[in-house]
Design a protein around this ligand. Sequence first.
Ligand SMILES: Cc1ncc(COP(=O)(O)O)c(C=O)c1O
Length: 387
Amino acid sequence: MYTHAIIYLMRIFGRERIFTPGPVEIPDRIREILGRQIIHHRTPEFREAFLETRDLFKRLVSSGSDNFVFFTSSGTGAMEASVLNFFREGDKVIAVVGGKFGERWSQISRRWGLKVVDLNVEWGESVDPEQVEDMIRKHPDCKGVLVQMSESSTGAYHDVRALAQITRNRDTILVVDAITALGVYNVKPEEWGIDVIVGGSQKAFLLPPGLSMVWFSDKAKERLTGRSYYFNIPEELKKQTEGQTAWTPAVPLILGMRESLRMLLNAGMDRVEAVYRVMAEGVRKAVEVLGFRIFPRNPTISLTAVEPPDGVDAEAVRKEMLGMGVRVAGGQGKLRGRIFRISCMGQDPIDMVTVLSALEVAAVRAGIRTKLGDSLGVYLETVKDVL
Ligand SMILES: Cc1ncc(COP(=O)(O)O)c(C=O)c1O
């Protein structure tokens, strides 16, 4: 057995492959754009590019509405912007807490003086829409329900379409963190009845971190408070519909976003979702063949949270893979050491062979398996029609 130091030396070109649920690997076409000389943002050139980016984003979410803004921040900034702009101090909200990012909704809302009722869901489970309905009945003064579409910390998918049916005809807005769902699923907030949806650049938009977005319904628009200075949705909306931003925007990220949206829309979001679905299915089957378990009951297709067999430390497996130049993400919070997470975002189906190869070798080194190749066979058999 080689030590890690020797293994690193054997990796002659030192390339690390990233299979984490953000950041994800950036396609060459986007990297080329990000490397260009900056353009000034108060110019017709920027205005034109930004307005095109906005038009493309409307197509991404299948809505003609102008009700959305981009922010220069990571995804959490857009979450905070949503809490600040759509709720007032003292408003009651229900936060679905089934993982680290659900906890974040609850924490941000408390920080800004909202009355938060946590709807606790066991980590790895998806929220039962009936529970949400019961909770709203118990709290008829509740102004909003905050949830993740894809809870990246556990790999669980929450059925936001079903939740929207519950909030649709009530005085409650449904606020969805779709940070690891936009660009993977063909998300249609207007058609589905979602009121606020949040995204971030370093996930399935295949960009570096630093650009986020908030889309909102007409129902949510009536609630706008504008009580944040930097994250001021009413001010941004006015500027952005004219092709400008209130503050200096992340110009290269906006130009990169335009390219990313072009790529996604050229492929077609139905097809993008279908390919991610097959890839995720292939990864799940492959890891199960190796004796690992899928952590969530109803998994998202953007990433797979994997639990090793009893007695095997998930962190040790992750580090073993890292030694081979393959980076997957560890567990967060109380799942640290229990799971690791493999993302499909930004990968073509054939790329996933790399991460599964590393996992197979790690499984053999951990003594879980004696033979190589089984998971790859199962994976390739599952995805062969989309290769
Ligand atoms: C579902 C979800 N919500 C929120 C966040 C936080 O986003 P950021 O780290 O960009 O602030 C992440 C990032 O991993 C996420 O996956």
